[in-house]
Design a protein around this ligand. Structure first.
Ligand code: GSH
Length: 224
């Protein structure tokens, strides 16, 4: 059933890949929302009350009812606003299941490896980068039917949950590479992922909300 009388609020953090996912889904579907920027070192009472289990962003509040976990929120948005395009998940049950499988991989497998690359140093960092690259190779080999082969087929009107997850995860790769002095999304190692990420980053709806390169570099230097 289409949601109506909507009052939508998103608690997020500007650099969070997870809250950016929800932001993109709402923008792509043209759903108006109120945005609350959270200070993760000093979380708001509302954030803790609405997400008592994890106390993390994103938190999505729809007409007073709250949801946590980016993947759960993205699927909810797709179901609660069924006439708003683009649809984030395919209609066909098998395709839908496959997209869910990879959406889980992109939420629970890739980010922990990417995080380790950032927060480790020396040998541990090299191992984490290798682990991340092995997972990206698995994606290129096994997710082949779901990876767009032609960059011109990537349009804001056709984006789905996997596009949103990939671009939020790797949108800052150039800033990360500058800070680390190491390649994360390497055109030679992962040509399909590289072209996919870059085509997505060039879509105005995405480009306009990626924080400026220098802001990202400064923040990453502070956090790493
Ligand atoms: N699996 C969660 C991850 C959310 C997450 O890790 N959020 C981070 C920001 S990127 C957070 O709120 N961290 C605060 C904390 O750990 O206290 C999702 O997909 O929403």
């Amino acid at each position: 059933m289409e949601a109506n009388n909507n009052n939508v609020r998103l608690h997020g953090m500007w650099a969070s890949v997870y809250s950016k996912r929800v932001e993109y889904a709402l923008k792509l579907k043209g759903i108006p929302y109120e945005y609350v920027e959270e200070d993760l070192m000093n979380k708001s009472q509302a954030l803790v009350e609405h997400n008592p289990i994890h106390k993390k962003v994103p938190v999505f509040v729809h007409n007073g009812k709250s949801l946590a976990e980016s993947l759960v929120i993205l699927e909810y948005i797709d179901e609660a606003w069924p006439t708003h395009t683009p649809r984030l998940l395919p209609e066909d049950p098998y395709e839908r299941a496959m997209v869910r499988f990879w959406a889980n991989f992109l939420t629970y497998q890739l980010p922990p490896s990417a995080k380790k690359v950032f927060f480790c140093s020396g040998e541990a960092q090299d191992e984490a980068l290798q682990e991340l690259h092995e997972k990206m190779t698995l994606m290129e080999d096994e997710m082949i039917d779901l990876i767009p082969k032609d960059e011109s087929s990537i349009t804001a009107e056709g984006l789905g949950i996997l596009d949103i997850q990939l671009v939020t995860l790797f949108a800052a790769h150039e800033a990360q590479e500058e800070v680390l002095g190491k390649k994360i999304v390497d055109q030679e190692k992962h040509p399909l992922i590289y072209s996919w990420v870059n085509a997505l980053k060039n879509l105005p709806v995405i480009k306009d909300s990626i924080p400026p390169h220098d802001t990202l570099v400064a923040a990453l230097k502070q956090w790493s």
